[in-house]
Structures are given as structure tokens and as C-alpha cells.
Design a protein around this ligand. Structure first.
Ligand code: GLC
Length: 537
């Protein structure tokens, strides 16, 4: 589709198309702190995003997902929301959001916001009220407050750890000044878990959904969407070897409790009043069948399949994650969602080995992802081939760093602000002397400005790949067929006629029949070098 026709489709309010817009959409994840700064404080903001919409149009994406921009003390960079129906002054105000949505729609871009239903900031009015009110009060029932264990209640109510290190419980001081109850926080102590058995928690989320949808927002990415429901007895658990969001055990009591599906049905009922809105879940559930339960017709529209993200540079692992992912969503008549990175994981260039090899592999893998049926999410900076940055201790901000006793560096390395133009930091990201996290001087070779001029750049590869995916009929069809391929390689074909070949092996391989539409590396004749992928028709 051309940008013009996409714009018309967004704004005309015409009847729902048979294929929902999000099904095969390319989403661009904007980490607002790190995308573009308009007011010179060194931190990105909504007006900055708005000022760069032309770039996203040029890139050719269909939609943007904005990480949280709601009011927040920023203990976890916005995932600690103190008012879910307001914009944090760091990012602007409500009118900046309105302007961004209006401008994005005028350019044919949809806007999806981040919703954080599992927890709220301890600065949220509800939590402050809970601190003022005594044990057993109505205000405390919105959270998980419990008496401590041990004779004086000085031990946490159960043995759950926080994902950010330390116990998942913090003890409060009661209004009379005595040591008091404990509250549950699966993440940082500033992120108090909500009690989803409380009716008001549910109705308040519905209010939040409608608040943003009535503003014209096109949907939500739902944070920790497998986490809201907790077993009411909050039982101890044996075995905390795996205590990561990216990899927790299937019986981890903090996640994937069956009651969570009722919450998704309530969310879906609201979204069904806005027929074009989409709900995309962050679902870290390893088992494919249980993952797919979230995509039943009355629950989420889309859910991130992180198996591909975690597959590594291994053709068999990539193939398995794709095969299993497609089968899982097909079983519930849903469509898949692929992503290679986001603000929580190391950037793909780094994961695939770093340097020139890591860049070549990341270029190859985006061709794999964009060749698949379903939605694809691109994390800002991936299109520039940015690697993770080794940051010095003193600039680290992720709560993981302090909570782990400075043993885990956390996620700041993948959140360094984008280089736009010029020869030295802050590369046009901000008019301040430096960005909130320092950009390496080597990024002078990776700026948007540089890469737009270079037809061989990673940015040019992304632009061309996204354009072809939108335009070419060969991308049709929901299934894929696998070809036999040499060791270390994979090859699949869409029913429309597109073939994608990946060489993750060590030696060059012959390409199958067909004209080369696009390749991630220079080809010599019909030979695909290692660390490369090609599309054929
Ligand atoms: C999600 C977010 C992550 C955040 C966590 C707690 O996993 O992606 O950035 O820290 O939830 O809200």
C-alpha cells in the first residue's frame, strides 16, 4: 500500500476491512526516552517523536508502539505508573499525545500505547491511600498486603523473589509508626502488584482503556500480560533457579495463572467497542499451547512470540521456533507476531556475535522475520544496526543494577539514544550537550543521515525489505512450506511465491531457483555467503 492509501484507511472510519490492519503490519517500537528529544533536556519526548514521523514514513512501517509515557516517578522508566490517564511531564502533556496521534494518522501510521496492568507505582494515589489506611482496609485490598512471618512478622509472607533481585516483598511502616504489613512487588519495590480479584482494579483499567481509545489511539501493548492473576494463597514455591522474565519455570506461581484469561476477556470486551483497536500481549510463556491460550478469539489479538528472539544464531533453532510458533497460533485461528529485540533484551547485532559478523547476521535475520506471515516488531535502532553499548557503572539506571547488588548490569545497554546526524555525540538526538545515556563516538558511522545516503546500509535494507513486503503479491498466504537445505541453513516458501533462504552455516551455499528479490549481503553469482539471507521469487 502507498502511504496515501494507508492514511485514508486510518482516517476515513470506513467499515472494518476483512483483514485487520495489524495482522501483517510492521510495527516500530519507539522507546520514547531514546528516540528524539525536542526540549533539550537530553531525554526523548513526544514532540520529538512527532518531529521524526517523516522518518518512520520513509522507513515504511505501519504503526508505532510507544513504551509507557504515562505519569510516572520513573523508577523503571515509566513501567511504574502513578497516573494511567495522564502523560508524564518528562514526555510532554496530553495535547502532545493528541498532536502525535493526529499527525501519525495523517501520515497513515497507527499509534499503539503501552499499558501496565500488573502493577502501579507506589506513588499512585491508591497505594498512598493504602499506606494511610490500616491492615484489612478497603484500600489495602487493591494490592497484595500480608502480615509477615516469624514471631514479630519480620520475615516476608512467602519466598517469592523479585525479578529485579531481592525479595518480592517490602515491609511498610503503619500509620501509627510501628513496623507493619508487607506488600508484593514482582518487579521493583516501587512497582506494587495490583490485586486483580478486586472489582475496582478491573473497572479502573476499563476506564483507562476507554480514555486512550476515545482519543484515537489504535490499541495497546500489554505489559506482563501473563502476570496479573496471582494464586489467592500466594504459596511458597520450590526452586527459584530460573528467576527471569525471559525464562521462568512453567510452574512459577507469579505467572500464567488460569484466572489471567478472565482479565483478558474483560479487556477484549472493551476493545471490541473499538473494532480497529488491537491488544498485543507481552507473554513470556514458553509452552506453545499455553501461550496460544492468550490468543483465543475472545482474548488478545496478538502476542509476542519470543522464541525467535531467543533462538540465537542457529538455523535449526530458528526453524523450530518458527514452526512451533506458527502451529501454536494456527490452533486458535490467530496470527503470529515476530520480533528480534526490544528494550528488555540485548540488541540482535550483539546477540549474534557483535561487530561486522553480528551486523551481517542481524541483517539476515530481519529478512527472515519480514518474510514470515504475521506482524513484525522492529525496536528503534535495529534498523540502524545498532549494537548494545558497554556503559560505565556510573551511568547505569536500570533498577536491576542496584537491586542485584551491582552484579547484573541490566538493560541500559540496549536503550542508548538513537544517532540521527552529525559526526559526534549526541548526534542530533538532543540540543543538550549529551543524551541521558552516552552514545559511543563510533556511532558516527551509523547515523540516520549517513545510512540514508548509503544504498548498502542496514537502514536501506530495512526500507527496501519493508517496501517489498507491502507491495509484492508473493508475500501472500498464512502458511509456509519448508525446503530441504544444507546443514546450517534454512529455506521456506510462502504460498504467494516468496522463498527465503538463510545461511547460518560456515560455507557458501547455492541458492534455489528463482530471481533474487533482495539479499542481506552481496552475492557472487547464485551463491549465498555465510551470515546472510536472500529473498527469491
Ligand atoms: C515488562 C517491560 C519491562 C518492565 C517490566 C515491568 O517486561 O517490558 O521493561 O521492566 O515489564 O513492568
Amino acid at each position: 500500500m502507498t502511504p496515501v492509501s494507508r492514511a485514508a484507511a486510518v482516517s476515513s472510519g470506513r467499515p472494518e476491512p476483512t483483514t485487520p490492519w495489524w495482522r501483517d503490519a510492521v510495527f516500530y517500537q519507539v522507546y520514547p526516552r531514546s528516540f528524539a528529544d525536542s526540549d533539550g533536556d537530553g531525554i526523548g519526548d513526544l514532540a520529538g517523536v512527532r518531529s521524526r514521523l517523516g522518518y518512520l514514513e520513509l522507513l515504511g512501517v505501519d504503526a508505532i508502539w510507544l513504551n509507557p509515557v504515562m505519569r510516572s516517578p520513573m523508577a523503571d522508566h515509566g513501567y511504574d505508573v502513578s497516573d494511567p490517564r495522564d502523560i508524564d511531564p518528562m514526555f510532554g502533556d496530553i495535547s502532545d499525545l493528541d498532536d502525535l496521534v493526529a499527525d501519525a494518522h495523517a501520515r497513515g501510521l497507527r499509534v499503539v500505547m503501552d499499558l501496565v496492568p500488573n502493577h502501579v507505582s507506589t506513588e499512585h494515589a491508591w497505594f498512598r491511600e493504602a499506606l494511610r489506611s490500616g491492615p484489612g482496609s478497603r484500600a489495602r485490598r487493591r494490592f497484595h498486603f500480608r502480615d509477615g512471618r516469624g514471631p514479630d512478622g519480620s520475615e516476608p509472607p512467602n519466598n517469592w523473589p523479585s525479578l529485579f533481585g531481592g525479595p518480592a516483598w517490602t515491609r511498610i511502616t503503619e500509620p501509627d509508626g510501628t513496623p507493619g504489613q508487607w506488600y508484593l512487588h514482582v518487579f521493583a519495590p516501587q512497582q506494587a502488584d495490583l490485586n486483580w480479584d478486586d472489582a475496582e482494579v478491573v473497572t479502573d483499567l476499563e476506564k483507562t482503556l476507554r480514555f486512550w481509545l476515545d482519543k484515537g489511539v489504535d490499541g495497546f501493548r500489554i505489559d506482563v500480560a501473563h502476570g496479573m492473576a496471582k494464586p489467592s494463597d500466594l504459596p511458597d514455591h520450590d526452586g527459584w533457579e530460573a528467576n527471569e522474565l525471559l525464562g521462568h519455570s512453567p510452574d512459577d506461581p507469579r505467572f500464567n495463572n488460569p484466572e489471567v484469561h478472565d482479565i483478558h476477556r474483560r479487556i477484549r470486551q472493551v476493545l471490541d467497542d473499538y473494532p480497529e483497536a488491537v491488544a498485543i500481549g507481552e507473554i513470556w510463556v514458553d509452552d506453545h499451547e499455553r501461550f496460544a491460550e492468550y490468543l483465543r478469539p475472545d482474548e488478545l489479538h496478538l502476542a509476542f512470540d519470543f522464541h525467535l528472539t531467543l533462538a540465537g544464531w542457529d538455523a535449526d533453532a530458528v526453524r523450530l521456533s518458527v514452526e512451533k510458533g506458527l502451529a501454536a497460533v494456527a490452533a486458535v485461528q490467530a496470527s503470529p507476531t515476530w520480533t528480534l529485540s526490544n528494550h528488555d533484551v540485548d540488541r540482535e547485532v550483539t546477540r549474534y556475535g557483535g561487530g561486522a559478523v553480528g551486523s551481517a547476521r542481524a541483517r539476515a535475520m530481519i529478512l527472515v522475520a519480514l518474510a514470515l506471515p504475521g506482524a513484525v516488531f522492529v525496536y528503534n535502532g535495529a534498523e540502524l544496526g545498532l549494537p548494545n553499548v558497554d556503559l560505565p557503572d556510573e551511568v547505569l539506571q536500570d533498577p536491576v543494577w542496584e537491586r542485584s547488588g551491582r552484579t547484573e548490569r541490566g538493560r541500559d545497554g540496549c536503550r542508548v539514544p538513537l544517532p540521527w546526524e552529525g559526526g559526534e555525540p549526541p548526534f542530533g538526538f538532543t540540543s543538550a550537550p549529551s543524551a541521558w545515556l552516552p552514545q559511543p563516538p563510533e556511532w558516527r558511522a551509523l547515523t540516520v543521515e549517513k545510512q540514508l545516503e548509503d544504498t548498502g546500509s542496514t537502514l536501506s535494507l530495512y526500507r527496501r525489505a519493508i517496501e517489498l513486503r507491502h507491495e509484492r503479491a508473493e508475500f501472500a498466504g498464512d502458511e509456509i512450506g519448508w525446503y530441504g537445505s544444507p546443514p546450517g541453513c534454512l529455506a521456506f516458501r510462502r504460498p504467494g511465491g516468496l522463498t527465503c533462504v538463510l545461511n547460518a552455516g560456515k560455507v557458501p551455499v547455492e541458492l534455489p531457483d528463482g530471481a533474487v528479490l533482495l539479499a542481506s549481503a552481496s552475492l557472487t553469482g547464485r551463491t549465498l555467503p555465510p551470515d546472510a539471507a536472500a529473498w527469491l521469487v
